[in-house]
Ligand binder design. Structure first.
Ligand code: HDE
Length: 741
C-alpha cells in the first residue's frame, strides 16, 4: 500500500513544525544524513572497501591490522543494550501538547499555563510482559509513557492504558513481575499471563482482583495505540503559585474513541503480523492521520482526601467519574515518527520522578516504589548515569550541574569549581529560589512510627472489581468470561484454578465465578455469602470475610465500559479490504474509494496474487495485497463488488470465503453489491440468513451486513456502509458461533 500524506493535514503539520522547533533544533545537531557522502571510519578516515577483509594473500589469514573490519564487527557485537525488564516491546512517536486554557489556579507548571505554547512530547507505547521481539497484540496492559520537554525541564507522565494496578505496594512488584514473566525453568510462555505462576500469585493476592478484570477485558487487546485511553494510575499532586496543593488523577482520552480487537483476531495477528500495533502507529503518522489524545484531570481538594470509601493512595482503585468528573484540559498530537528506532525509542528513559514545579508526588506506596526503580533500571540499561545526555533524553532547557565523570560523558564542563559552595567559580551554578523556578517540594506534614503495615483503608479489594463487573454490557461480560476460560484453561494446577474461582472471582460476582468455572473444569460455587466464607481456602479466609461486605457507594460506573462510551462518528484511518478478481465492477470500487477515503479510511484491494486486475469495464487497478500476505484480521471491514467473472473466481478461492467467514466471526461490517452478494451466499455466513439479497439500501440492524442487488444509488449504499464501519463491531451476531473460521 502506498503511503501518502493527506492534504487535509498539510496545514496542521506545517504549524506543528514551528512548535516543535526547540526539540527539533536540538535533535538536528545530532542527526546524521549520509546522502552524497563518502563512508568513513569512526575516526573520519574514508573507507575504500567493505566487501573484502584484509588478508595475507587472497586465500590467506585475515590480518589483525584490518582496522576497518575490526571496527565494524566490534560495533555489531555491541549493538544492543539490556532490554527493559518490563515494557521491553514498544514503539514511539514525537508530537506536541497544548493546554486549552491556563491551569494557573491548579498548578504553577509552566507548560500548563499558556494555550499558545506547544510543548514538544515523545510518547512510547508498550506491552509489559513480552521480550523486545514479542508480538504486539498479546493480552496485556499497554504502557503509555509521555515525556514533555518543558521549558522548566522534562516532565514524564509514565502511565498505562488501564487505570489501576495489580498491587498496592512497590515491594510486591518484584513478585508480580517474576510471576507474570515466563516460567523460570523453561522461559514459557512468551508475553502471556496465561500460566500457573501468574495465576497462583494472583489467586493469593486479592488486591489484584480489580486489575484482573481490566486485564481480562477487551482493554487488554487494543485495536490501535491510537484508540486506547491512558492513565497516570496514581494520585499525584498539583501545587499552584500560592502553594496550595490538590490531588490529581491524569487521564488520556483518544479522539478516535476506544476500540479493541477480539481475542481470536489478536492471536492470529500475533502470527500474521507481530508488528501490527507498531505498524498501525507508524503508517497513520506517515499518512497524516495524527493520533490525538485529550488530557483529562480529576481534582480532589485536600480537605476531601478522606471522604471516599477507598483510599486515594491505593493504586488498585479509580476515582469513579460519578464522584469526581473528568475535566479535559488540553490536547496532545503525535505528528512525527522517530528517525532512528534505537537512538530514540530504545534509548528514551522515562522516570515518574521527573517532575517540574507545580507537580508533586503523594504517599501512594506504589508510586514511592517506582520513584526508586526507574533511575536504577536505566543505569542497568545504559551502564552509566550519563544516559540523560543522549539527545532523546536531553531537556530543551539549559542543564548546569557538577555531575561529572562516568561512561560516555558528553558535556565538557568548563572551570575548576565542580563543587558547591564555591568561590572559585563565582558561586555558580547557583541555587534557584521558588520564585526563580527552583523545585521546592510540597510541604506535606508527615508523622508516624516506623512500621511495615498496610493501611486499613487499603483493605477493600472487591468493591471496585464488582463495580467494574456491574458496569459491563452483556458482550463485555461475555468477553471477560471467554478470556478467563483461555487464561485459566492454560493453568495446569487445579488448586490454583479453584482458588481463583472461589477466593477471587466469587467475591466479585457469583455470575462471573460460576460462568468462568464452567469453562475450566471447576465446580461452580454456590452463591450465598455464608458459603462464600466457608468455601474460601484457609489462606484467604480473613480477606474473604472482609470482602463479603455489600458493595460500596458506587455500584456501577458507566465510564469504565468501552461499549457504553463507544465513539461511532468517524471512520478516520479505518482499514477496508476489497475482495476482487478480474472482471470486477470498477464503478462500484471507485464509488467505495471516493466515499471512504474522503472520510479518511484506507481502501486496500486484496486478491489471489499481487499485480494487476482488469475490471469488467476494462480499467486496470493494482492489487495491494495477496491473501498470503494479509487476512481479514488486518481490516476493519470488507467489501465485495459485483462483476460476474470476479465473483465466479472468488467463489472458488477458499481464502476469499475464509476472509468473509472470519470477518463475520469477528463482527466486522461486510458489504456486497450485485454478484458480490453471491460470494456471501457461498460462504458459511449464508446459513445465518442475514445476507439474503435485499432490495433496500438499509443496513440490517445490529448485524452490520449490507447486501444489495441492483442498487441504483451506489453512493448512498457506500454512505450506509461507512456508517456501519463507524460502528466498529456488530456484537449481536449470535450466529457467528456457527461459522467456522
Ligand atoms: Fe513501571 N517500570 N513499575 N509501571 N513502567 C518500568 O523502567 C516499576 C508501574 C510503566 O516506555 C521500568 O525504564 C515498579 C505502574 C511504563 O520506557 C522499571 C513499579 C505503571 C513503563 C519499572 C511499576 C507503570 C514502565 C522498566 C511498581 C503505570 C515503560 C524499564 C512499584 C502507572 C516506559 C524502565 C517506557 C517501565 C518499575 C509499576 C508504567 C523496572 C517498581 C503502576 C509505561 O523501572
Amino acid at each position: 500500500m502506498e503511503i501518502k500524506k493527506q492534504d487535509q493535514n498539510a496545514e496542521n503539520s506545517s504549524t506543528s513544525k514551528v512548535d516543535e522547533q526547540a526539540k527539533n533544533n536540538q535533535l538536528e545537531h545530532f542527526r546524521e544524513d549520509s546522502s552524497g557522502q563518502f563512508m568513513t571510519t569512526d575516526q573520519g578516515v574514508k573507507v575504500s572497501d567493505v566487501d573484502n577483509s584484509l588478508t595475507a594473500g587472497s586465500r590467506g589469514p585475515t590480518l589483525m591490522e584490518d582496522f576497518v573490519f575490526r571496527e565494524r564487527i566490534t560495533h555489531l557485537d555491541h549493538e544492543s543494550i539490556p532490554e527493559r525488564v518490563v515494557h521491553a516491546r514498544g514503539s514511539a512517536a514525537h508530537g506536541y501538547f497544548q493546554v486549552y486554557e491556563s491551569m494557573a489556579e491548579l498548578t504553577k507548571a509552566k507548560f500548563l499555563q499558556d494555550p499558545n505554547i506547544r510543548t514538544p512530547v515523545f510518547v512510547r507505547f508498550s506491552t509489559v510482559v513480552g521480550s523486545r521481539g514479542s508480538a504486539d497484540t498479546v493480552r496485556d496492559v499497554r504502557g503509555f509513557a509521555t515525556k514533555f520537554y518543558t521549558e522548566e525541564g522534562n516532565y514524564d507522565l509514565v502511565g498505562n492504558n488501564i487505570p489501576v494496578f495489580f498491587i498496592q505496594d512497590g515491594i510486591k512488584f518484584i513478585d508480580l513481575v517474576h510471576a507474570i514473566k515466563p516460567m523460570p525453568d523453561n522461559e514459557m510462555p512468551q508475553a502471556s499471563a496465561a500460566h500457573d505462576t501468574f495465576w497462583d500469585f494472583a489467586s493469593l493476592m486479592p488486591e489484584s482482583a480489580h486489575m484482573l478484570l481490566w486485564v481480562l477485558s477487551d482493554r487488554a487487546i487494543p485495536r490501535s495505540f491510537r484508540m486506547m485511553e491512558g492513565f497516570g494510575v496514581h494520585t499525584f499532586r498539583f501545587v499552584n503559585a500560592q502553594g496550595k496543593g490538590r490531588f490529581v488523577k491524569f487521564h488520556w482520552r483518544p479522539l478516535l474513541g476506544v476500540h479493541s480487537l477480539v481475542w481470536d483476531e489478536a492471536q492470529k495477528l500475533a502470527g500474521k503480523d507481530p508488528d501490527w500495533l507498531r505498524r498501525d502507529l507508524w503508517e497513520s503518522i506517515e499518512m497524516g492521520h495524527y493520533p490525538e489524545f485529550e488530557l483529562g484531570v480529576q481534582i480532589v481538594e485536600e480537605e476531601d482526601e478522606h471522604k471516599f470509601d477507598f483510599d486515594l493512595l491505593d493504586a488498585t482503585k479509580i476515582i469513579p467519574e460519578e464522584l469526581v468528573p473528568l475535566k479535559r484540559v488540553g490536547k496532545m498530537v503525535l505528528n512525527r515518527n522517530p528517525d532512528n528506532f534505537f537512538a530514540e525509542t530504545e534509548q528514551v528513559a522515562f522516570h515518574p520522578g521527573n517532575v517540574v514545579p507545580g507537580i508533586d508526588f503523594t504517599n501512594d506506596p506504589l508510586l514511592q516504589g517506582r520513584l526508586f526503580s526507574y533511575l536504577d533500571t536505566q543505569i542497568n540499561r545504559f551502564s552509566s548515569k550519563n544516559f540523560t545526555e543522549v539527545p532523546i533524553n536531553r531537556p530543551v532547557c539549559p542543564v548546569h550541574n557538577f555531575h561529572g565523570a562516568g561512561f560516555m560523558k558528553q558535556t565538557i564542563n568548563k572551570g575548576k569549581a565542580n563543587y558547591f559552595p564555591n568561590s572559585l567559580g563565582g558561586g555558580h551554578p547557583k541555587m534557584a529560589s521558588e520564585e526563580e523556578g527552583g523545585y521546592v517540594h510540597y510541604q506535606e506534614k508527615v508523622d508516624g512510627v516506623k512500621i511495615r503495615q498496610r493501611s486499613e483503608s487499603f483493605n477493600d479489594h472487591f468493591s471496585q472489581a464488582r463495580m467494574f463487573w456491574n458496569s459491563m454490557t452483556q458482550i463485555e461480560k461475555k468477553h471477560i468470561i471467554q478470556a478467563a476460560h483461555f487464561e485459566l484453561g492454560k493453568v495446569d494446577s487445579k488448586e490454583v484454578r479453584h482458588r481463583v474461582i472461589y477466593d477471587i472471582f466469587n467475591n466479585i460476582s457469583h455470575e462471573l465465578a460460576s460462568q468462568a468455572a464452567m469453562g475450566i473444569g471447576i465446580e461452580p460455587p454456590s452463591g450465598d455469602l455464608v458459603s462464600k466464607v466457608q468455601d474460601a481456602g484457609e489462606l484467604l479466609k480473613d480477606k474473604v470475610e472482609h470482602a463479603v461486605t455489600p458493595g460500596k457507594s458506587v455500584e456501577e460506573s458507566a465510564a469504565v465500559s468501552m461499549e457504553k462510551n463507544k465513539k461511532s462518528d468517524s471512520i478516520k484511518s479505518r482499514k477496508v479490504a476489497v475482495l476482487a478478481d478480474n472482471g470486477f465492477n470498477f464503478g462500484q470500487v471507485s464509488a467505495l474509494k471516493e466515499v471512504l477515503t474522503q472520510k479518511g479510511a484506507q481502501v486496500t484491494i486484496v486478491s489471489m496474487f499481487k499485480g494487476k486486475l482488469k475490471s469488467m469495464e476494462g480499467q486496470e487497478i493494482d492489487v495491494d495485497k495477496s491473501y498470503i500476505t494479509t487476512g481479514s484480521i488486518m481490516y476493519d471491514a470488507v467489501f465485495v463488488p459485483g462483476g460476474q467473472a470476479s465473483v465466479d473466481s472468488l467463489k472458488k478461492q477458499g481464502d476469499a470465503l475464509h476472509f468473509i467467514n472470519e470477518a463475520f466471526k469477528h463482527c466486522k461490517p461486510i458489504a456486497a453489491l450485485d454478484e458480490g452478494v453471491n460470494l456471501l451466499s457461498e460462504s458459511s455466513i449464508s446459513g445465518v440468513e442475514i445476507c439474503a439479497p435485499d432490495s433496500t439500501n438499509t443496513l440490517k440492524k445490529d448485524k452490520g451486513v449490507l447486501s444489495v442487488r441492483g442498487a441504483t444509488d451506489t453512493r448512498s449504499f457506500m454512505e450506509t456502509f461507512s456508517n456501519a464501519i463507524a460502528q466498529h463491531r456488530f456484537w449481536m451476531r449470535e450466529e457467528k458461533d456457527m461459522v467456522p473460521a
